[in-house]
Design a protein around this ligand. Structure first.
Ligand code: GLN
Length: 196
């Protein structure tokens, strides 16, 4: 069975666990770096990216997650998780994990529309996906290895680069588990190719 970890330092952890289990995979809350060796794929949830970054640095997760990714294991960042995976963040000098060749803008849809819902057509996950955005970022630049999977108002809000995946919205907050199921499929594929 595929074992998916959810980084459990802060943010929307329980909802991801529920969604992973609904897809028939095993879900583990990751609180210690050593647990990364027990999982096949990792989700970095939404929350508050600066708080999460601080906690990740102080618990030694930042280097450990980069190493996890270097081994070819899939990582999926949702909302704040997407900000942490980006190569650059608008208006900030430092980046965090730098796993994906994307630049993101934080809280990018403006204060008036802090939270909203939209129906998106998403490559691989399917059409008519009900997406929940909460103080969401979006992707302002993407390198040529990055595949955009969904747009909202002409802004890229979901992307894939090899075994890395990110969304500006929260795919775990509804009963439509198609996007999480797609990540689990990526994990299955990488397990097969790492084993061969
Ligand atoms: N706005 C938050 C940040 O910048 C992200 C919000 C979220 O994850 N829902 O960290």
């Amino acid at each position: 069975m595929n074992v998916i970890g959810v980084l459990a330092l802060q943010g929307a952890v329980r909802e991801h666990i529920r969604s992973i289990e609904a897809c028939g995979a095993a879900a583990v809350e990751i609180k210690r770096v050593e647990q990364l060796s027990e999982i096949d794929g990792l989700i970095i949830p939404g929350g508050e990216s600066t708080t999460m970054q601080r906690l990740m640095d102080s618990y030694g997760f930042s280097d450990a997650i980069r190493e996890f990714g270097r081994q070819g294991k899939p990582v999926f960042g949702t909302c704040a998780g997407m900000i942490l995976m980006a190569n650059a963040v608008e208006g900030q000098d430092s980046r965090h994990l730098g796993l994906m060749d994307i630049t993101v803008a934080r809280n990018a849809f403006g204060r008036q529309v802090a939270s909203f819902e939209a129906t998106l057509d998403i490559t691989y996950a399917g059409d008519g996906f009900h997406a929940v955005f909460i103080r969401a970022p979006y992707i302002t630049e993407a390198g040529h290895e990055v595949e955009g999977l969904a747009d909202y108002q002409k802004r890229m809000v979901a992307a894939k680069q090899g075994h890395y995946l990110c969304t500006a919205f929260h795919p775990e907050l509804t009963d439509d588990h198609r996007f999480i199921a797609y990540f689990i499929e990526m994990v299955e594929q990488s397990k097969n190719s790492l084993a061969s």
